[in-house]
Structures are given as structure tokens and as C-alpha cells.
Design a protein around this ligand. Structure first.
Ligand code: ZN
Length: 302
């Protein structure tokens, strides 16, 4: 089948159900909320006490089937299985989850019993990615309590034909993922400044960059330039698995800056087995290639 023919066949699945009349395995409940908050390190008081709500990002947790699947609680509809089979036949046998988007309509509370339906929202035209060529499939799950919509969960996968392995290209260090939450950090790095975020409300410093303050939740912030002094707080030596552009064994260090926050980095100019906890280090910027400069550290010798 040619590309257009395949895409037309795939498009025909848009709007068809991917899961029908699913129900959560458990009602929204305090123990799952507590475990989630512990795992996330989230101490927000809104999630405890008699008026607790569930963390909004738990939306998917209430509709997952767990290891046993949803069983008698509804689940995958035939149309979705068929769509995946069409893609398999077309050679797109590999799958990777790419991203998810959620919208919250109203908070969930312990005792809420969720139900959901999932629709195949879109199937992209043929796209070529580093992994291979294939189609993005987006599903949208509407989560309800009774008749009331409480949130939506969009989930996107790429079904693709794995790219043939070619002779290894020259290996470069991985590129940082720059987004609106951390762009200012990377602008600072370009100017050889290590910028920390400082909360506009409580003045707590934070690193790595985050949209809000971990101490008080305030979303307003400014920046402070780190002095560059620090000590090795901890480190690991990597032997395995190997990553492109990194020659094992090597040390990955956690440096505690004089300002009190910590950064994962590299101690340069020293064999991996000479790195020690407590070692005083100083910041420098190392240029790895035309596009990549990173903050690294070097031992301060008396
Ligand atoms: Zn704060």
C-alpha cells in the first residue's frame, strides 16, 4: 500500500472508540494519594485532611488497569486493536509513548468513583523521527464522575518501523532539552553565568529550574548568579551501561554550591577514581562543540 492509501485507511479510525465504559479499579482514596505525595515529595496541605483533594496529575492513576489490566472494568475497544494491527502490518511494529496532556475540570476527592471513555482522536501522516518512520496516534480519555466531566487525558504514541542501524555517526554529547521553564538557565550558560532561581516571595534558591517555588509555591522569581564555589556532595562512577559520547568509567558528581543548592555535573581535569566527597571545586564552562557549552567543575588546589 502507498503512503496516501495507508494514511487514508488510518484516518478512518479517527473518532472511533479506543476504550469504552471503563471504570477505575478503586475509588479515589487517601492511601493512594498519600503514596503518590510521598513518591513525588509533595507536601501540599491541600492533599491531606478532611477536605483533601487528589493531586490533579493523579488523573491517570485512577484509570490505569495496573499489572492485571482493567479486567471486568472495561478497557480497550476492538477499533484500537485493529488500528494497531494495521500499523503492524505496514511494518510499524515498534511503539514508544511520546507525550501526554491533561486538562482538569474539577478536583477529585476521596470517594469519587471515576468512569472513562477513550476515543482515537488523531492519526498523523507519516513522520520520520530518529527512531524510525511511522505514525503518531493520539487518544483522548474523558474522565467522569457520574455524568460530570472531571478531566481529560490525551496520550500520544508513535508506532514506527525501527530505523536500520547504520555505521555509528560521530558521537556528540546529548543536547539539553530547552523549554520555557529552563530557557533562562541556558541563556545564562551561553554567557558563562550559572544562574539560580530565587523565589520572589520567600527568597528560597532553587536548582534545577522549576516553574514554582518548592518552599512556598510562588510562581514569581528572579535569578542570582552562583559564585562558582562548591564542594562535591556525592558522586557515582558509571561503568555500565555505555552511552554514546561517554567513555566509561567516568564519575558523575553532585556538587553542592556555596549558595546551598546542588547541581549534577562533571569534575574535569582529574581521573574518575580521584574524585572524593567533600572536595572543594570551582565552576568553569567547557565548550564541547559549536553548539554545546556546559558548566563543569575543577578541583580547587591549595
Ligand atoms: Zn518561595
Amino acid at each position: 500500500m502507498d503512503d496516501d492509501g495507508l494514511h487514508a485507511r488510518l484516518k478512518a479510525y479517527e473518532g472511533r472508540p479506543a476504550a469504552v465504559a471503563g471504570t477505575g479499579r478503586d475509588p479515589v482514596n487517601a492511601p493512594m494519594i498519600r503514596h503518590w505525595c510521598e513518591a513525588m515529595g509533595d507536601g501540599n496541605p491541600a492533599y491531606t485532611g478532611p477536605d483533601a483533594i487528589a493531586p490533579p496529575t493523579m488523573l491517570q492513576a485512577w484509570i490505569m488497569g495496573g499489572l492485571g489490566g482493567l479486567g471486568g472494568h472495561g478497557g480497550r475497544a476492538p477499533a484500537y486493536e485493529e488500528l494497531l494491527a494495521v500499523l503492524d502490518e505496514a511494518g510499524c511494529t515498534a511503539v514508544v509513548a511520546t507525550d501526554c496532556e491533561q486538562e482538569y475540570v474539577r478536583p477529585l476527592r476521596p470517594g469519587d468513583e471515576v468512569a472513562f471513555d477513550t476515543v482515537i482522536e488523531s492519526v498523523s501522516e507519516r513522520k520520520t523521527t530518529k527512531l524510525g518512520t511511522g505514525h503518531f496516534v493520539t487518544t483522548r480519555t474523558d474522565v467522569r464522575v457520574g455524568p460530570e466531566l472531571v478531566g481529560t487525558h490525551r496520550f500520544r504514541i508513535l508506532k514506527y518501523a525501527p530505523a536500520r542501524r547504520r555505521a555509528a555517526p560521530p558521537e556528540r554529547r546529548p543536547r539539553p532539552v530547552v523549554n520555557r521553564d529552563n530557557a533562562g538557565f541556558w541563556e545564562g550558560v551561553r554567557e558563562h553565568r550559572l544562574l539560580l532561581q530565587r523565589c520572589a516571595s520567600c527568597a528560597a534558591l532553587r536548582f534545577p529550574w522549576l516553574p514554582g517555588c518548592q518552599s512556598c509555591g510562588c510562581p514569581e522569581w528572579d535569578t542570582v548568579e552562583a559564585s562558582g564555589e562548591g564542594t562535591v556532595f556525592s558522586y557515582v562512577v558509571l561503568h555500565h551501561p555505555p552511552f554514546p559520547a561517554f567513555e566509561p568509567p567516568y564519575a558523575v558528581v553532585l556538587v553542592e554550591l556555596a549558595e546551598g543548592v546542588r547541581i549534577v555535573s562533571d569534575v574535569v581535569g582529574m581521573p574518575y577514581d580521584k574524585v572524593r566527597i567533600g572536595m572543594p571545586v570551582r565552576l568553569e564552562f567547557r565548550r564541547y562543540d559549536d553548539e554545546l557549552t556546559l558548566p563543569v567543575f575543577r578541583e580547587v588546589t591549595a
